[in-house]
Design a protein around this ligand. Structure first.
Ligand code: B12
Ligand code: SF4
Length: 476
């Protein structure tokens, strides 16, 4: 099993962020509980050597589900109740509930106190349904429970997304409504983050309408006023480029980079994934990216490959679009039917989920393996498109040119250097893992028969150990 061990390589620290969900959960836990948080991406502890906890809570993305079940089985053998929550337990509740004592689906704020009280009474139920939290009642995450080994701290200021893109779980999990934490709460929590660099985990820090943008400006003014002196990065939509005041405030408040989902270089692709928002007002992407960069903010662009509207040649086409837009970093991912998404609801009944031996195959749901049956590509074909895309955008020549450009304009040159080198390094690993996957799964994802099928279908105080499971992505 290959994990993202921070200490295995210098660049790995840039692949691992703090599991904020567990730190948020810890903040909801009454003070009589002693809490220890483990992030297996940093270190896998010898659980057997630890004092026996009264309760174990595990969080996992879909790609980490198998490891979560292994950890759960280990503790359950020792008679420790295990509760699992987070995105995978929510989207695959039956699968998870069969492997742990209890699951919590959705946001935990409204329900966690009851789970703990049931544990203490010895009356743990097997399923608890959370609900969208009151954003004014979210306590500051307990950042001090997890320190060391991270390049970035993390914080959340909003939840929910109205856009509901086909491949994304956010709207299904956090809802359509864009919900915002009170700015004073965010500032107080920001000040408790030990790291100098911070990932703001919001799916869209600025939002999509005028009210949202006004709130973002208010947040940036408050960050400035509080003198936080943090450098931060965040996910935003491309409309950030349309508001000079917003850009200037973000930059002054410490914005070092933004991550933008361009998703597809074609109009048909954007329509297919349901992100027509990117097309509003006949947007000029290159001009938009330049406007953001003028404020010395780096732009990372994300694209998805393997859409039904993608044709052979999509790899070089994405690389060319990213170069034309002028992004500093390119992140291209395979179209992946994550459970609970609109895409899953479309592909699964049509027999287009190729890696489908669950739960084992969830480990490939990192968006770096071609786990679906793609309309115009075999598994090997789409993997080749991905290689072409990455090799073009991250060729030594192009990488040096981008880094040179950011030195020339003094646009976060060191940040640009580190992120580009980190991406180059990680892509190489992803490519090798993908090749292994294809070699083992040729019959599932690589042959023509499947393409043809596409047209058819401590004792006096309770102890809780909270574990963020890790991904095992390279052991195909
Ligand atoms: C930050 C982030 C990351 C960070 C990771 C941070 C970390 N270590 O957790 C990084 C950048 C590394 C990352 C990577 C990936 N990510 Co990501 N990421 C997010 C993001 C934007 C925010 C997560 C977050 O911190 N939320 C804030 C906390 C407070 O919310 P929460 O974790 O949901 O926790 C709440 C509840 O879920 C619950 N809860 C959570 N855990 C537990 C445990 C227990 C016991 C209980 C009771 C309750 C509970 O309580 C919390 C409070 O309500 C989410 C989107 C989102 N809005 O959640 C996507 C998201 C989680 N990522 C996603 C994906 C797909 C990935 C990747 C696989 C692919 C990619 N390249 O993006 C990789 C994973 C690589 C790997 N190693 O496997 C998907 C996951 C879908 C799925 N079914 O797994 C999401 C939902 C985005 C999406 N587009 O759909 N990601
Ligand atoms: S991909 Fe981004 S814009 Fe689309 S639904 Fe998910 S969070 Fe919203």
């Amino acid at each position: 099993m290959c994990l993202t061990h921070v200490k295995d390589g210098y660049w790995n620290r840039y692949r691992v962020w703090k599991p904020l969900g567990l730190l948020a959960l810890a903040a909801l836990t009454p003070p009589e509980w002693n809490i220890t948080v483990f992030d297996e991406n940093v270190r896998i502890p010898d659980y057997g050597a630890l004092p026996r906890p009264d309760l174990v809570g595990i969080t996992a993305f879909t790609s980490q589900a198998n490891r979560a079940y292994e950890v759960a089985a280990d503790f359950r053998r020792r008679g420790v109740p295990v509760v699992m929550g987070g995105i995978h337990a929510t989207m695959c509740p039956d699968e998870a509930a069969a492997r742990v004592a209890a699951i919590v689906t959705g946001e935990a704020e409204p329900i966690w106190a009851q789970v703990l009280s049931d544990v203490q009474r010895g009356a743990l139920q097997s399923r608890y349904a959370g609900a969208h939290a009151d954003m004014a009642a979210i306590p500051p995450a307990r950042h001090a429970l997890l320190t060391g080994g991270y390049a970035f701290g993390s914080i959340q200021t909003t939840r929910g997304c109205p856009l509901n893109c086909s491949f994304c779980s956010v709207t299904a999990f956090n809802g359509y409504k864009y919900r915002q934490r009170p700015i004073a709460d965010v500032i107080r929590e920001f000040a408790t983050i030990p790291e100098k660099h911070v990932l703001i985990v919001d799916d869209n820090l600025i939002g999509t309408n005028r009210e949202h943008l006004a709130r973002a400006k208010e947040l940036f003014r408050a960050m400035l006023g509080a003198g936080l002196r943090k450098q931060w990065i965040a996910q935003v939509t491309i409309n950030m480029a349309d508001d000079e005041e917003l850009l200037a405030l973000a930059a002054r408040a410490g914005c070092a980079g933004v991550f933008i989902g361009f998703e597809s270089p074609t109009t048909a692709g954007l329509k297919e994934v349901g992100k027509k928002f990117n097309l509003v007002n006949g947007r000029d992407f290159a001009a938009s990216v330049r406007r953001i960069q003028r404020h010395k903010i780096l732009v990372a662009g994300s694209f998805i490959m393997g859409l039904d509207s993608d044709q052979p040649g999509i790899g070089p086409r994405i690389a060319a679009a990213a170069a034309r837009y002028g992004v500093d970093i390119l992140n291209t991912l395979f179209l992946t039917p994550l459970p609970g998404t609109r895409l899953w609801d479309e592909l699964e009944p049509a027999g287009r989920v190729a890696a489908d031996k669950f739960p084992e195959d969830w480990k490939y749901y990192t968006l770096t393996f071609p786990v679906a049956r793609y309309r115009h590509f075999t598994g090997a074909g789409i993997a080749q498109e991905m290689e072409l895309c990455d090799r073009t955008f991250y060729s030594l020549r192009n990488t040096l040119r981008r880094i040179g450009r950011s030195f020339w304009r003094w646009r976060k040159p060191l940040f640009a250097l580190v992120t580009n080198l980190s991406y180059r390094h990680n892509l190489r690993r992803a490519r090798l893992a993908c090749r292994d996957f294809l070699a083992a799964r040729r019959h599932q994802v690589g042959d023509d028969r499947h393409r043809r099928q596409l047209g058819s279908k401590r004792r006096n105080v309770p102890e809780a150990a909270c574990v963020a499971a890790s991904s095992s992505t390279a052991d195909a």
